[in-house]
Structures are given as structure tokens and as C-alpha cells.
Design a protein around this ligand. Structure first.
Ligand SMILES: [Zn+2]
Ligand SMILES: [Zn+2]
Length: 222
């Protein structure tokens, strides 16, 4: 589904799947391929929007939980795209996939590695990278300043925040990361689950809500 010029959203298909986003600019970047079981349906939806899988140049992931990155290796095979990872994702690739699969009882179907490593931005894409740990240590957000869109993975959702009870989650880091991204000029917030949020005022209100609801009473949730 097209959200705005060059920005597409493919809704999560079920439990243990995640939202996929495609940004078509100078090159085409797909963020979070989701769970492998749903990849076929996801690619059909992309084709309905006129996006051929072979057009995808880069696959990036917001973090290493299987709901976001399980389909990475399969999508790479189908599309011929390169996998671009953040240094923290390279560092945690083995640990996260093992620990999370032990915790959730499911692992990543096919392993993958990085073809590219990026830190502050991804080459020609106009995408800036923010390392935003908390939900997991290798979580990143992708921010397109020209389009004013923020892809935030499992950091923050509509009326919710990422869970921190999974392996290596950290409440204090999550709070700091939300404070960091809330300072960005954002017109469209694109989270890893649930609905997208449009409009600067609505996004600000959502940050206010999660601060009030989750952080003021944080200790009662620990
Ligand atoms: Zn996650
Ligand atoms: Zn998730």
C-alpha cells in the first residue's frame, strides 16, 4: 500500500510477523522482510503496487527478532538484493538469533550475513540511521529527513512501547531512545507493528501518551 510518493507499507500478516516498508528513491530499500511464511503474500502485494522484487536493491532490518528478519535470506535469493546491517547488528547477529529463538521457541529459518555495513546513513538512499537500543541492543531507526518519515521498528507504537523483557532488553535505554527520536521532525511514524501514525501533532501526542502512561509509572511495571 502506497503511503506517499516513494513510500510503501505492507501490513503484518499475523502473529510473529511485522510491518514491511519499501522506500523507492535513487535506489529501492526494503525494511524488515518479516516472517518467511508470509513472504509470498508480501511480494504479491508489492507487485500489485508495481514493485517487482528484483527492483529491491537493499534489505535492511530494524532489529534481529525473527518477526522482522526471518525472511531476509529468502528475499535475498529471490530479489538479488544486498543485505545491509548496522555494526551493532553484525555484532549481535549470532547472540540475538540464538537467545531469541531460545526465549520465543522459534528461530530464524535461514541464516544471513551482511553484504554492507552502515552506521550513520545508507549511501544513496537519503536514510539516516539512529542506533536506538532498548527493545534489543541492536535496534535501529531509519529516518528520511526529506520525507519526514521515521521507521522505528519495535521502539514505539501507537499508544505503546517495545517490550524489554526479551533477551538483552533494557528499559532505561528504551526510554532514552524514545527521547532521541521524539526530537526528530516527523510527519509519518512507521512502526514495526500495528498502525502507522500520520501528522506531526498526532505523533507528538503519541510520544506524550507513552511518556505519561509508561515512563512516569515505569517502576510499577518492573
Ligand atoms: Zn522485536
Ligand atoms: Zn516485532
Amino acid at each position: 500500500m502506497r503511503i506517499k510518493e516513494g513510500v510503501y507499507w505492507y501490513k503484518e500478516k499475523g502473529l510473529l510477523d511485522a510491518n514491511t516498508y519499501v522506500i523507492k528513491d535513487k535506489i529501492t530499500v526494503l525494511i524488515d522482510p518479516g516472517l518467511g511464511n508470509y513472504l509470498g503474500r508480501r511480494l504479491e502485494e508489492m507487485q500489485e503496487d508495481g514493485i517487482d522484487p528484483k527492483e529491491v536493491d537493499l534489505i535492511t532490518i530494524t532489529h534481529l527478532h525473527p518477526d522482522h528478519c526471518d525472511a531476509t535470506a529468502s528475499l535475498k535469493e529471490i530479489s538479488g538484493a544486498k543485505v545491509a546491517l548496522h555494526p551493532s547488528q553484525v555484532e549481535y547477529l549470532d547472540i540475538m538469533t540464538e537467545e531469541t529463538s531460545r526465549f520465543l521457541g522459534i528461530g530464524i529459518a535461514k541464516k544471513f550475513t551482511a553484504d554492507f555495513v552502515f552506521e550513520l546513513s545508507i549511501g544513496n538512499t537519503g536514510l539516516k540511521i539512529l542506533h536506538t537500543p532498548g527493545h534489543s541492543p541492536e535496534s535501529i531507526c531509519l529516518y528520511a529527513s526529506d520525507k519526514k518519515i521515521l521507521i522505528c521498528g519495535d521502539l514505539v507504537f501507537e499508544k505503546g512501547i517495545g517490550r524489554t523483557d526479551l533477551p538483552l532488553g533494557n528499559n532505561e535505554e528504551l526510554k532514552n531512545s524514545i527521547n532521541t527520536v521524539s526530537a526528530l521532525d516527523t510527519e509519518v511514524l512507521l512502526p514495526g507493528h500495528g498502525a502507522i501514525i500520520e501528522g506531526r501533532r498526532n505523533i507528538e501526542r503519541n510520544y506524550e501518551f507513552v511518556r505519561e502512561f509508561y515512563f512516569k509509572h515505569l517502576h510499577s511495571y518492573l
